[in-house]
Design a protein around this ligand. Structure first.
Ligand SMILES: NC(=O)c1ccc[n+]([C@@H]2O[C@H](COP(=O)([O-])OP(=O)(O)OC[C@H]3O[C@@H](n4cnc5c(N)ncnc54)[C@H](OP(=O)(O)O)[C@@H]3O)[C@@H](O)[C@H]2O)c1
Length: 230
C-alpha cells in the first residue's frame, strides 16, 4: 500500500464490531465513513469517535451517512452487520461497490444457538456475499474471530490473530494491512472458501467464552519464525 490511505466505509459502522474497527482505523490516520440505515445515527457515532481523539492528534476524519452513500463514496468497504441482515444490506449497495474491495466480517452466528456452528447451506456466509455482489466486487473475509470489546479498548494490543481469506493475494494484502494498522496480526489464510473455517470458529470461541468465563477469547497462529527465535 502507498502512503495515501484509502477512504474506508464501514457498513453497519454504528454497531459493536463496526464502530470498534472504525475507531481503530481513525486512530491509525484513515478517514472513515460510518454507514447506517439511519444517517443521523451514523453521524452521532462518527461524532462520538471524533471526540475520543486526543487534542493535537493525527486521527483521520470520521463522518457518518447512510449505507448507500458510504458505499458509493468509499474506496474500500467493510461490512459489519448481523448475519441475518447480511445479504439484505448488501443488495442495495452492490452496484456502488463495483471495482472495490469489500471486507466482510460476517460470522453466521444464529440465535438462539450462537455457540453451535451453523454454516449456511453453501458453506460460508462470505462466499454467499461474493455470489450476491458478483465478480466486479472483490470480497475478502476478515475479523470473524475478533471480539468487539477488544476493538473498543484502544489502550491494549489485541491478543487474537486475523484470518484473511480471499481469492487474490494482492487483495488479501490490503485487508492484512488494515488489520495491522488497527493493532492486529493478520495472516493469508487462503481462498475465500476457507472463510468457512473462520466463520465456524466464531461459534467455537463463543462456546469457549461461556465454558471458561473468558470475556473474549481469540486465536493465535503459532510456530512462526519469530517464535522460533525467542
Ligand atoms: N460483536 C462481535 O464481537 C463480533 C465478533 C466477530 C464477528 N462479528 C460479526 O460482525 C458482524 C456485526 O456484529 P455486531 O456485533 O457489530 O452487530 P450489531 O452491533 O448487532 O449490529 C451492527 C449494525 O448492523 C445494523 N443492523 C442491525 N440490525 C439490522 C437489520 N435488521 N437490518 C439491517 N441492518 C441492521 C445496525 O446498524 P444501523 O442500525 O445503524 O443500520 C447495527 O448497528 C456480525 O456479522 C458478527 O457476526 C461480531
Amino acid at each position: 500500500m502507498t502512503d495515501a490511505k484509502p477512504l474506508i466505509a464501514v457498513i453497519g459502522g454504528t454497531g459493536n464490531q463496526g464502530s470498534g474497527l472504525a475507531t481503530r482505523w481513525a486512530k491509525a490516520g484513515y478517514s472513515v465513513i460510518i454507514g447506517s440505515r439511519d444517517s443521523s445515527k451514523a453521524e452521532q457515532v462518527a461524532t462520538e469517535i471524533t471526540t475520543m481523539a486526543p487534542a493535537g492528534n493525527n486521527w483521520g476524519n470520521v463522518r457518518g451517512t447512510d449505507n448507500l452513500s458510504a458505499a458509493t463514496e468509499c474506496e474500500i468497504a467493510v461490512l459489519a452487520v448481523p448475519y441475518s441482515n447480511q445479504l439484505d444490506t448488501l443488495k442495495p449497495i452492490a452496484n456502488a461497490l463495483k471495482g472495490k474491495i469489500l471486507i466482510d466480517a460476517t460470522a453466521p452466528v444464529q440465535p438462539p444457538k450462537v455457540s453451535t456452528v451453523q454454516l449456511p447451506e453453501g458453506g460460508s456466509a462470505v462466499v454467499a456475499a461474493q455470489e450476491l455482489v458478483g465478480e466486479k466486487v472483490t470480497v475478502i473475509a476478515a475479523f470473524q474471530n475478533i471480539a468487539a470489546q477488544h476493538l473498543a479498548d484502544l489502550d491494549h494490543d489485541i491478543d487474537c490473530d486475523v484470518l484473511v481469506c480471499g481469492n487474490k493475494k494482492a487483495d488479501r494484502e490490503m485487508a492484512i494491512q488494515l488489520a495491522n494498522d488497527a493493532g492486529m496480526t493478520a495472516w493469508h489464510a487462503g481462498p475465500l472458501a476457507n472463510a468457512a473455517a473462520a466463520e465456524a470458529m466464531t461459534s467455537v470461541l463463543i462456546f469457549i467464552n461461556r465454558a471458561h468465563k473468558i470475556p473474549g477469547s481469540g486465536i493465535r497462529i503459532t510456530g512462526t519464525p519469530e517464535e522460533a527465535n525467542d
